[in-house]
Design a protein around this ligand. Structure first.
Ligand code: PEP
Ligand code: MN
Length: 333
């Protein structure tokens, strides 16, 4: 249950009510809310005197539910740039799977600058399936990304693989990416709840939509209202493509949750040849963002070589997306 409290209740009393009801206390600009488990269906006597309004839920998808907040949350990325809310912005996030060198990440920044795009991606802590594969540049990579932010003004998104370096990721990024394999990590989720930076959670490849929404609830209930969901493909019986992009699931999330959505066709497809047409299909769903891997020379990439677009392909994709965005009334950022 979510309870909106009456105004002018003292801070001590609110903390007392939260403690007694085992509830999270969430504050926004003009109201205080308590959030209990969804198994609580009625207001008890102790609470009803302080409640302005309350919402009852079928399950623990509460703060992320459209029943609580009907419009898509607006997430401000920087002054003059936000996604969700009333605006019709769709981010076209580009950059390599992994940061590999200064020259490589600078070339990706130049590519984005030439297209007027706002957000640069690049992984530094890579969640590889083999310990013998390239694991990412770590902190040195994050420092290169920060350098690109300073030189080009791009916002930086990079993934957190485990809780040991979550503080570094929070410090160096503008949008924190929680990887598909990391989205159940409570240490990461709880740390991301304590910052106000936007967090993009990638759906695990065996994660139900309910579990996905509940991962978001860990961050929302902990006090960070800036959560974005990212569908990047789930595992099905099909093996010809790397994963299966669950666009039906996206329609469900758009209908039932108030969180902005970013789609990742690169990881879903796993092969560069399908990425451009899938990206257009994703754009047609009027999502808040698209995240595409692009590399100056994909054949030499240290991770996800098969799926990365070269820069020419990325530019061609951008020019094909422009008229589509116009037709949908959306702005590519
Ligand atoms: C990535 O974005 O490069 C990545 C590893 O993604 P995911 O966590 O979806 O596998
Ligand atoms: Mn990748």
């Amino acid at each position: 249950m979510i309870i909106e409290l009456k105004k002018n209740i003292t801070a001590d009393k609110i903390e007392d009510l939260a403690l007694q009801n085992r509830a999270f206390h969430i504050q926004n600009i003009d109201s205080d809310f308590l959030v209990t488990s969804a198994s609580v269906k009625t207001l008890n006597d102790g609470l009803s005197a302080y409640a302005e309004k309350h919402w009852v839920f079928e399950n623990d998808m509460q703060l992320s539910s459209r029943k609580f907040k009907n419009s898509t949350r607006e997430i401000q990325l920087k002054e003059g740039l936000s996604i969700g809310g009333e605006n019709k912005n769709t981010l076209l996030i580009g950059g390599p799977c992994s940061v590999e060198s200064e020259a490589q990440i600078r070339s990706a920044s130049e590519l984005l600058q030439g297209l007027n795009l706002s957000v640069l991606r690049g992984g530094c802590y890579k969640p590889r399936t083999s310990p013998y594969s390239f694991q990412g540049m770590g902190l040195a990579g994050l420092e290169l990304l920060s350098k690109m932010r300073d030189e080009f003004g791009h916002l930086i998104i990079s993934e957190v693989r485990d809780a040991t370096h979550v503080a570094e990721i929070i410090a160096h990024t503008d949008i924190i990416q929680i990887g598909a394999k990391a989205m159940y990590d409570q240490g990461i989720l709880r740390a991301c709840a304590k910052t106000q930076k936007p967090v993009m959670i990638k759906r695990g490849f065996g994660t139900t939509l309910q579990e996905f929404a509940q991962a978001a609830e860990f961050i929302l209930s902990g006090g960070n209202s800036n959560v974005i969901l990212c569908e990047r493909g789930i595992r099905t019986f099909e093996t010809k493509t790397r994963f299966t992009l669950d666009l039906c699931g996206v329609a469900w999330l758009q209908e039932n949750t108030n969180l902005p959505i970013i789609l990742d066709p690169s990881h879903a497809m796993g092969y560069a040849y399908g990425v451009a047409s899938l990206t257009k299909a994703c754009m047609a769903m009027s999502v808040e963002g698209l995240i595409i891997e692009t590399h100056p020379d994909p054949s030499t990439a240290k991770s996800d070589a098969a799926q990365q677009l070269n820069f020419e392909e990325f530019r061609a994709l951008h020019s094909e997306l422009e008229p589509l965005a116009k037709c949908l009334g959306r702005n590519i950022k």
